[in-house]
Design a protein around this ligand. Sequence first.
Ligand code: GDP
Length: 297
Amino acid sequence: AEMFGQLTGGLEAAWSKLKGEEVLTKENIVEPMRDIRRALLEADVSLPVVRRFVQAVSDQAVGTGLIRGVKPDQQLVKIVHDELVKLMGGEVSELVFAKSKPTVILLAGLQGVGKTTVSAKLALYLKKLGKSCMLIAGDVYRPAAIDQLVILGNQVGVPVYAAGTAIKPAEIARQGLQEARQKNVDVVIMDTAGRLQIDKAMMDELKDVKRVLNPTEVLLVVDAMTGQEAAALVTTFNVEIGITGAILTKLDGDSRGGAALSVKEVSGKPIKLVGRGERMEDLEPFYPDRMAGRILG
Ligand code: GDP
């Protein structure tokens, strides 16, 4: 609950105002709704998302009426919980595998978000599911990133296809894919170059790589610390290159939760996995209901 500490506290203020009430009414939910709105905004959830959320919760709260044995504050907790789950996409969004080998997963994202780390984490995650994997090092602008991927690949016991920095990422992708077919691996994961900001060169390069790989999954890696900006990024990448989902990293940091809560609603694309630490084991599916439970403390 560390990460959402502030949000959890803000929401608790809302329920506490309903102590001693018999039923939820239009009048007595005004203050709690204001608290919920404030708590979400402070957690860096984007404003349109907050508006829709608050509207949906208050509509239901007023229409709930008297439920035997359930106190109004508990009713509101339940309504908020269910709306949070819905907001985050409802069900867990599983990774999709291709009908014929190999499944190709293309990773994109800005520099420093944890893309290289995620590449290796994802390989380990899939290995544990019984899939053989291969990594392709496509960050040709940072030789250190290639070295890092080779080291991490070694660490998790997954081969890395690296071809240096002198050839274009799309060509590396083509060669890597060919090698993966020869090795008959189940899943190929390609790490790509990030930039500090979105620019046309990066998007063009990603489009070229995507054309060559014809990936089953195109996952945008986003840093949870960027708050509601994460949702805007997912939207932009989706419009530009077409993505299938996002991976949210650094959930172990002191992010306020806005990214986890806004991405699906703003971009229409689900968060599929989350990273919660620097260790290779720290990657897991994104479970909206567990996340909602964690937020509500
Ligand atoms: P890239 O530039 O996107 O490839 O980013 P890197 O994979 O090199 O990661 C940048 C930094 O973030 C490294 O120091 C990683 O150890 C760290 N990092 C990546 N994912 C996580 C995470 O989930 N939690 C934490 N705390 N640190 C992470």
